[in-house]
Design a protein around this ligand. Sequence first.
Ligand code: KIV
Ligand code: ZN
Length: 505
Amino acid sequence: MDKNKIIIFDTTLRDGEQCPGASLNIKEKVEIARQLAVLGVDVIEAGFPVSSPGDFESVKMVSKSVKGPVICGLARSLEKDIDAAYGAVKSADRARIHVFLATSKIHMKYKLQKAEDEILKLAVGAVKYARGKLPDVEFSPEDASRTERPFLYKVLEAVISAGAGTVNIPDTVGYSTPFEFADLIRGIKENVPNIDRAVISVHCHNDLGLGVANSLLAVMNGARQVECTMNGLGERAGNASLEEIVMAIKTRNDIFRNCYTDINTKEIYKTSKLVSKLTGMPVQPNKAVIGANAFAHESGIHQDGVLKERVTYEIMKPEDVGFEESKIVLGKHSGRHAFDARLKTMGVDLKKAELDKAFERFKVLADKKKEIFDEDLETIVGEEMSKVPEKAHLIHFLITSGDSVKPAAEITLKYDGKTRKSSSTGDGPVDACYRAIDKITGASGKLMDYQIRSVTRGKDALGEVSIKVGSKGKVFSGRGASTDIIEASIKAYLNAINKRAMILR
Ligand code: KIV
Ligand code: ZN
């Protein structure tokens, strides 16, 4: 392989999904994996198959339906985990098993209660067992950055001899600092005798906000695979963000000595939006590369500079990461053919039944909203395509609200095939609606998060509501869009209830 190529290993669907409240269903995982393939990632870590039947199924579905990247499943150093990972990835065109085992004193003593010798034996045994199933095996000494160096080198040498083609160095708790991490990678290159038989990978968490910096210093010192996630999602403070790593390597090629990735950077913004929408995790406006303000110039001096010469204040071109000016694309008089043609230019090819439903929604929207943008189309089509079986469906709602009345809602739903009506008061109109819905569905979910955003500009813009509802120890996300934010809120709540009904049957 080209020595300057940096392998992008995306773990949005595994570590990213470990982000509190970011759970995804199988259909959503496959949709993200397809987009990751379009983005051009080299490896997709699709999940941790032994962790739940749902995770196993989603890794299996991704393996069957997503072509291009290597599909990887995570496993502890246990035969049953490796069997599950193999079972889930074996149908992929190119499959990998990623085995891990903690090697730091802290983890060995408190978590595993095992001595170094035992750990070494387990790691080697696991890699050999995985190699008996697949030729592509990766090994991670968990908490590598807090592992005693001599033991780390010994484990790495042993797992490479046992057949690991990639050795991943995780900064599991985001404890390392850039120069320290660079020194660790250099130390591995100098002290692991057979290191040239494996690719060095890094996996940095962001607890001190150093995940990207640590990963980039590792690249400058010989790492050739970077594990990262879209939007920096991940356990606790998240993982190193894919878009920041890719754009740093591309923009500062002088510093990264001609290293490159195969990412199609023009797909970054679209991928980021999809991940944010499906996980219900909004992107902060000032987020590097993909935040709404990343290319917005507020100060007059900056605006003047950019108008005179873009490079004065812009180090990347917005179009290089896929930002585009919103365009008015359709209106009330647009026909079905124009609608279908526009969707096709956006890369959305719907089956007849889906197209019929999406067109129906488009017509309703076009009656309320004069100008329809690409973002509006994405939202309504996305809603149609990600629909779950509807146990609860909104038929009608009426609210009373104002500064001198107690907010009240009357809701009519089709629930379990029957039309049911209920009413309630609440702290506000949304609370009143949710209480009325609870009376019909008997749901006792706790609203853990509520976000609203405008899909496009303008007072008549679609409002998209994303919520998280906790129920029976699980978190269900829900989304709904409408030009009426109360209706969007109701739809989001029903979406979460329908997901809950599908999973907790
Ligand atoms: O952070 C970590 O150590 C991990 C391993 C499983 C690679 O996610
Ligand atoms: Zn991790």
